[in-house]
Write a protein that binds this ligand. Sequence first.
Ligand code: C5P
Length: 221
Amino acid sequence: SDNRDLNGLSVMVTAGPTTEPIDPVRYITNRSSGKMGYAVADAAARRGARVVLISGPVALNPPPGVEVINVETANEMYSAVMDRFSMVDSVIMSAAVADYKPKITANQKIKKHESTLTIELEKNPDILAQLGKMKERQVLIGFAAETEELVNNAMIKVERKNLDMLVANDVTLPGAGFGTDTNIAKLVFPSGRIVSLPKMDKLSLANHILDELVILRKGKE
Ligand code: C5P
């Protein structure tokens, strides 16, 4: 498309999982492929935005015309996002940030001894919730993968994280969520407005999200 309606906008996108080290050779992670965030970054750049993509470890090619910052852990993603937040006008937080990380990362490879091994976990910072507290004129868009009570949980998250929009998807539906090339999403707004989208490829969903971003940006001018 030759639609350059994001010209002049500066958009930060996060994508992929984070990895949380247990020891030098092992980590905890999740099933995020990064495809959704990469599609958003790609579409935003094509529509004329200046895009910085903060990416966890994924097996995807960087979208053309996008500045990519590679990170591994949630804490690294937190720092990368915070460093750039004041320089962007929109954030689309599609990364599947690990909620917990090992409390201690062993310096040496953990040996097998007993029949059970316990790894204590502690909470990672909630990057998006922190942005919600800091935001001034920025538009803040989050994602939520749910397995139950999709709309209820989405409304609670919009409020609690002070978002302008949440993209909620039921990851139990066929054709939605992790690793797939399609998604089935509901766009949830603080007003209570809900847009239920049909199954579509992730690039199309990215463009729907960016259509709403254009409107949300106008509301902040
Ligand atoms: O609360 P929940 O993890 O479902 O919220 C999902 C949204 O919050 C996503 O946009 C995700 O990128 C963001 N998030 C975050 N930091 C965390 C956990 C989630 O920024 N530690």
